[in-house]
Design a protein around this ligand. Structure first.
Ligand code: PEP
Ligand code: MG
Length: 845
């Protein structure tokens, strides 16, 4: 077969099992240069392997040659990227330089055209290194396997100089490898319960499928009588697993044990799901006259003019023009959408959604369905639509709104691929009038990402759900949005004046002039407040009468440091070190931890760094620690109890902290303390570590107050704890006896409950007896309504996410200590959290 060579027995690095397994595809270096790991490409689209796995070459030559025999299935119109399909189906995407699309072809010459068959070593492109070096972000050229779910890279060269034509990578078809891999192995079973508030929806499914692709074992997820290929995000979504659902990972093959443990650990980590979905009112308010009601999807107030967004229907022919031609068209369209999505930029929320969409494009089940339809004689468009619609009907048949909402993501991909097939890349609604309130049946994430956000004052959808990707995108772009407004919203004429109050769940049609004026003033005030808060974000924080309140950031990784400082953080009030320990097979060793702590400390440039010792267990399991099965993990082995159960982990962590962070900057904090004996045990390990490292300077050792026991014995603990930081998330959970992740109780889970406030007051009083500093690092710290009450109770430091820092500082600067004390004392006597919130909003009453 052209382009597919057999790897001879003498080839270094191939195991006998590899050699037995038949045909390999050898990819030659397509250019002279330095071969580097993809992780070194300064673009997450490549370094995170969103486009596929492979190798990057930093070129020294100016010619790109074919890495193997094959057919050119795509050349980007800017000539900087092309895709070659080898005879065994492997699609090799080569992207010359980064951001070279902006050159629009300048400096590039193509020597081949789409559809041309080439031999390994044939010239494909030449480029002018000088022009590229001046204009491109980097010359580094990723060479990736775009349909990597079908191939594994069994050997690759990296960190080495390469000459064009030398062996760069060796690929093997994956199904064959996996099929062989499972022979002779027994099946591994791991049970799990889905913890994600919204179940196994698109993003978790995509992440899980991405992880499954790292293993060679056959892996399936089974729930009741349904079974899904773990490498297929759409099949995983089709299981319809909601929060609390029980399912099983079944794996068979050489690395089945590891694969099952890793998948279960990823699922049980919750994948950070609860944080990016804003709490919403699920029930629309009753309608008033001239007012439509909807469900808040993104907060805020918008005043503007109605404009409808509609999507042209795409008609597809049913009959195809031959299997080969239709397969090529579909592959080219998929590659085009992949490139388009890969080139899109956005914030972290947008990136997560884009990456889920990218993984759908590679979904093996969708590919198999579409492929089968093409074999039946259907056209590429018909086959793709049929594959998508089949999955949508599976999703829509599931109970619960979340899975139905995810159908919108599939529809989006149907639309994008059909659009690519018919060759119309028209960006929808690019010409919105200023201050548009966008009205639509539903909006696809790709449509939203293509809009000119500066012209959008709000979005009101007839359908949609509050946790749809479009809703999450709207929130991440700060656009007020309502969903589920009903069909009446589509009857509003373009150009009608509208007032959208997302917090109130209302869309006022033709609002009276006075109401418009009042709304304009409120919007202007909100903007001014926000601008003022941003302007003051870098200054140290104090109340109006000069009481200093430290406002710091909660961090989880070295990447968080830059944004936190840019947002005005005065230091780090909580480093959640467990993020270094989760989602991996082995704990990070002392040297790795030391480097990470050092990098964070250096990034903070001398500012205080409060490092929390490992807080795993409970809802944060680690695969390498065999936690005993627990009836009630939230009340079991977690936080400091794990550290004392595995003192060798604690000792290594403390040594790494002491090595990595200068004593003057370092504060160590212990989570989940309930008794003085726990603090004493940790101090003994810390003293041993200091002695071993010859560190004479004292290092403050404080505790998190997260249990009612710690709050009520704060005076006893304060005798030996150097500082306190209150974890209001857990303190509320244990005070109210409510699971902090329970979706059904979310409406009652409020840290401003007077019971929690009394525990905070007790903590502050206990601390004051020994002159200890008290901060809050739980979610309550970043609730601006709460800041004055916390200060009034004796809290002197607040730590929260970077995005909230400007607002926290602004809230503190608005009040005096006397105001705060008065408000706090009223709050302690209030009858409910709602009453406390009402007091905080109108402190004068
Ligand atoms: C808390 O419980 O408030 C806290 C800050 O810790 P975590 O949220 O990490 O459990
Ligand atoms: Mg906690």
């Amino acid at each position: 077969m052209p382009g597919v060579r057999t790897l001879d027995q003498g080839s270094a690095g191939a195991s006998p099992a590899d050699l037995e397994s038949g045909e390999f595809l050898i990819l030659q270096a397509p250019m002279d240069g330095w071969a580097a790991p993809l992780s070194e490409v300064p673009d997450p689209v490549f370094s995170d392997k969103m486009m596929g796995d492979g190798v990057a070459i930093d070129p020294t030559g100016s010619v790109l040659s074919a890495p193997c025999d094959g057919e050119i299935i795509l050349i980007h119109e800017a000539l900087h990227a092309l895709t070659l399909r080898a005879a065994n189906g492997a699609e090799i995407l080569i992207h010359v330089g980064l951001d070279t699309v902006a050159l629009d072809g300048q400096g590039f010459t193509a020597h081949v055209h789409k559809g041309q068959h080439v031999r390994a070593g044939n010239r494909l492109l030449s480029f002018d290194l000088e022009i590229l070096a001046q204009s491109a972000r980097s010359l580094i050229t990723p060479i990736v396997i775009a349909n990597g779910e079908r191939f594994s890279i069994v050997r690759r060269k990296q960190n080495a100089g390469m000459m064009q034509g030398e062996e760069l990578m060796v690929l093997r078809p994956l199904q064959r490898a996996a099929a062989r891999a499972e022979i002779g192995y027994s099946e591994i079973r791991r049970e799990f319960i889905v913890p994600m508030a919204h179940g196994l929806h698109a993003r978790p499914a995509a992440r899980l499928a991405g992880l499954a692709k790292d293993f060679i074992a056959e892996i399936a997820i089974v729930a009741g009588d349904k079974r899904a290929n773990a490498r297929s995000p759409v099949a995983l979504m089709g299981l319809g697993l909601g929060k609390g659902a029980a399912a099983i990972v079944l794996a068979r093959g050489a690395d089945a044990e590891k694969a099952a443990a890793a998948l279960v650990a990823l699922i049980e980590s919750g994948m950070g799901e609860s944080e990016d979905i804003a709490p919403v009112a699920i029930v629309a308010a009753p309608a008033r006259q001239g007012v439509l009601t909807g469900v808040r999807a993104a907060p805020g107030l918008g005043l503007g003019i109605a404009a409808r967004l509609s999507r042209p229907a795409i008609i597809v022919e049913e009959a195809g023009q031959g299997r080969e031609r239709e397969t090529q068209s579909l592959d080219a369209a998929l590659a085009m959408v992949r490139l388009k999505l890969g080139a899109m930029r956005g914030n972290a929320t947008q990136a997560a959604i884009l990456s889920a969409h990218l993984s759908f494009l590679d979904d093996p089940e969708l590919a198999a369905h579409a492929g089968a339809k093409i074999v039946e004689g259907k056209s590429a468009g018909y086959a793709w639509r049929d594959a998508i619609q089949a999955q949508i009907s599976v999703l829509q048949g599931l109970t619960g709104p979340r899975f139905g909402e995810r159908a919108a993501d599939l529809l989006d991909l149907e639309y994008q691929v059909l659009n690519a097939l018919v060759g119309s890349g028209a960006a929808p609604a690019a010409q919105l009038p200023p201050d548009t309130i966008l009205l639509a049946e539903d909006v696809l994430p790709s449509q939203l990402a293509g809009l000119d956000v500066s012209r959008l004052a709000g979005i009101a959808l007839a359908q949609g759900g509050p946790t749809s990707h479009a809703a999450i995108l709207a929130a991440s772009m700060n656009i007020p949005a309502l969903v589920a407004c009903g069909p009446a919203v589509l009857e509003i004429a373009d150009g009608t004046a509208l007032l959208l109050d997302a917090d109130d769940g209302s869309l006022v049609i033709d609002p009276p002039v006075a109401l418009q004026e009042a709304a304009r003033q409120r919007i202007a005030q909100m903007r001014t407040r926000r601008a003022q808060a941003q302007a003051g974000a870098q200054a140290l924080c104090q109340t109006r009468d000069g009481l200093r309140i430290e406002v710091a950031a909660n961090l989880g990784a070295v990447e968080d440091v830059g944004p936190a400082l840019a947002a005005g953080a005065e230091g780090c009030g909580l480093l959640r070190t467990e993020f270094l320990f989760l989602n991996r097979q082995q704990p990070p060793d002392e040297a790795e931890q030391t480097e990470i702590y050092r990098a964070i400390a250096q990034g903070l440039n001398g500012r205080p760094l409060v490092v929390r010792t490992l807080d795993i267990g409970g809802d944060k399991p680690a695969p390498y620690l065999p936690f005993p099965a627990e009836e009630n993990p939230a009340l079991g082995l977690r936080g400091v109890r794990v550290s004392l159960w595995r003192p060798e982990l604690l000792a290594a962590q403390l040594r790494a902290i002491l090595r990595g962070i200068p004593a003057a900057q370092c504060r160590i904090m212990v989570p989940m303390i309930a008794s003085l004996s726990e603090l004493r045990a940790v101090r003994r390990v810390l003293d041993d570590a200091r002695t071993a490292l010859g560190i004479a300077d004292p290092v403050p050792l404080g505790i998190m107050v997260e249990t009612p026991a710690a709050a009520m014995t704060a005076d006893i603990l304060a005798a030996e704890a150097d500082f306190f930081s209150i974890g209001t998330n857990d303190l509320t959970q244990y005070a109210l006896a409510m699971d902090r992740g329970h979706a059904g109780l979310a409406g009652q889970f409020d840290a401003l409950h007077p019971a929690v406030l009394r525990l905070i007051a007790a903590t502050a009083e206990g601390a004051a007896r020994h002159g200890r500093h008290v901060a809050v690092c739980g979610g309550l710290a970043s609730d601006p309504v709460a800041a004055p009450i916390l200060i009034g109770l004796g809290v002197r430091g607040l730590s929260g996410p970077a995005s909230r820092i400007a607002d926290i500082k602004a809230a503190v600067r608005d009040v005096t200590l006397e105001d705060c004390k008065r408000l706090a004392s009223k709050a302690l006597g209030a009858t409910s959290a709602a009453a406390v919130r009402a007091l905080a909003r109108n402190p004068g009453e």
